[in-house]
Design a binder for this molecule. Structure first.
Ligand SMILES: [Zn+2]
Ligand SMILES: [Zn+2]
Length: 238
């Protein structure tokens, strides 16, 4: 099945050396899937940021937490996001999720891998992804976070574990208040049976966007309750 999916994805890839974002052909693009011009337009998240969730903060105290992380319990050790969720990157993620462009995982995956290597953010034994509810997976045909996580796992030679399951259908989170999100997500996830390997280990949890952090926090909570020692998170944007 995997072979079939891979070759199917291969068929709908844009031509080699074509920018996924603007469709421009440029021989310099190669395995980066993005042209220099588009990359320049993406707003990177740079320090000072909250040490827990990478939210940009406007004071320069390296041990400082943002307002949200000071107020709420965070079950993850740290969450990193590469870009501000706006402009070019917001569009690209939207296309990735809603316009049937599963191959975008290559672009985002290679950007994340570069970031992980630059930041030495690699202190984990397994890689997991935030799951979609079965009905959403059937509708979309793929889980964008899973494609990303598998690509990263492959590249870093760290095992991918299909360890989480979403048992509750949740509405689109961005349309809800913080309190509603929390209620929505309560008991939404569980750890799949036969995931014992992850007990006492550190894991990296991959998702596409960090909005309030409720989703990755809820996943981290069930992982920690299951016996995982540490959860690290990475998302494309926030
Ligand atoms: Zn471009
Ligand atoms: Zn924070």
């Amino acid at each position: 099945m995997k072979k079939y999916v891979d070759s199917f994805l291969e068929l709908i890839y844009p031509e080699k050396n074509t920018c996924f974002i603007c469709d421009k052909y440029d021989e310099e693009i190669g395995e980066r899937y993005i042209c220099f011009n588009c990359e320049r337009k993406i707003k990177k998240i740079v320090p000072p940021v909250c040490i827990k969730c990478s939210k940009p903060i406007n004071y320069d105290k390296p041990t400082e937490l943002c307002k949200e992380c000071s107020a709420d319990e965070r079950y993850f050790e740290a969450s990193k996001s590469l870009y501000a969720y706006e402009g070019v990157i917001k569009n690209a993620i939207y296309n990735y999720k809603y316009y049937n462009k599963p191959y975008f995982y290559k672009l985002f995956g290679s950007l994340i891998i570069d970031h992980i290597k630059e930041e030495n953010y690699s202190d984990y034994d397994y890689i997991l992804s935030v799951p979609l509810h079965r009905s959403k997976l059937l509708h979309r045909g793929y889980n964008q976070s899973e494609l990303l996580a598998k690509y990263i796992a492959n590249n870093l030679s760290i095992p991918y574990i299909d360890g989480l399951k979403r048992i509750k259908r949740t509405e689109k989170q961005s349309e809800h208040s913080k309190e509603e999100r929390r209620k929505n997500l309560k008991d939404a996830f569980l750890v799949k049976t036969s995931s014992d390997k992850i007990i006492n280990s550190s894991v990296l949890l991959v998702d596409d966007i960090y909005t309030t952090g409720s989703t990755v926090n809820e996943c981290s909570k069930v992982l920690i309750n299951y016996g995982v020692s540490k959860v690290y998170v990475i998302t494309i944007a926030r």
